[in-house]
Design a protein around this ligand. Structure first.
Ligand code: PEP
Length: 257
């Protein structure tokens, strides 16, 4: 059975002090959750301190981005190895904000995915259509391109280290989440793509999480769906109460799933 994963993407929010306070609050409430993975992705400046807070708990550390090169003259960038040695297990790759504001493409996403795996990190690879693409009936084409190109030359062994986050761009930070049915339709489509590219057994073991305005009142219906294996949470992960609520509600549903 796939272990669901709920990750909080704090984006460019929280100073070190604020990150310590938030992660401590989350730890106090979620230390005994073990039927799903809880991942915190603070800004890079807070990784080291949050690592200390979650040490010896089930809470896992993740980063929000990385460069694909191992090292070198890339001012302002961080490598997979740097993140790994800071205690990260996961790294978000190809978030729509990176694609929109920082020129990331399916090609750079693919390079990052490959590099992350080589260094022993688990990529959370984001895919998803924009509003105009959904409205013009291109959702499946866009998602399929994101998946195919992002996973170019990723073999059967490597794919097992990847989490895919389906994040419809129109739902990110807008307060408008996809309905459980809309999300499940795309998750199922992605799982079928993976079955064609790899095989059915592999596709059944890969986690596909949903992201886009997930809140305490939407998590249950989403995670009840067969192919939705958790959530990537932005805005609602910045407050202890809402993130804890999301994880606890998800955990209850997972027990019965
Ligand atoms: C995200 O940042 O991946 C995200 C889904 O943000 P939000 O939950 O705020 O829509």
């Amino acid at each position: 059975m796939r272990k669901p994963i709920i990750a909080g993407n704090w984006k460019m929010n929280k100073t070190v002090e604020e990150s310590i306070a938030l992660s401590n609050g989350i730890k106090r409430n979620l230390f005994n959750i073990n039927n799903l993975e809880v991942v915190l992705c603070p800004p890079v400046t807070s990784l080291s301190d949050v690592k200390d807070v979650v040490l010896d708990t089930n809470i896992i550390l993740g980063a929000q981005n990385m460069h694909w090169e191992k090292e070198g003259a890339f001012t302002g960038e961080v490598s997979a190895k740097m993140l790994k040695t800071l205690g990260c297990k996961y790294v978000i790759i190809g978030h729509s904000e990176r694609r929109t504001y920082f020129g990331e493409t399916n090609e750079t996403v693919n390079k990052k995915v490959k590099s992350a795996i080589t260094e022993g990190l688990f990529p959370i690879m984001c895919v998803g259509e924009k509003l105009e693409e959904r409205e013009s009936g291109k959702t499946f084409d866009v998602v399929s391109l994101h998946v195919e190109k992002g996973l170019l030359n990723v073999d059967k062994k490597e794919i097992l280290n990847i989490v895919i986050a389906y994040e419809p761009v129109w739902a990110i930070g807008t307060g408008k989440n996809a309905t459980a049915e809309q999300a499940e339709e795309v998750h199922k489509f992605i799982r079928n793509l993976l079955a064609k590219k790899y095989d059915r057994e592999i596709s059944e073991s890969i986690r596909i999480q949903y992201g886009g305005s997930v809140k305490p009142d939407s998590i249950e219906s989403l995670i009840k769906e067969k192919d939705i294996d958790g959530a990537l949470v932005g805005g609602a992960s910045l407050k202890e109460e809402s993130f804890v609520d999301i994880v606890k509600k998800a955990s209850r549903v997972v027990k019965e799933k």
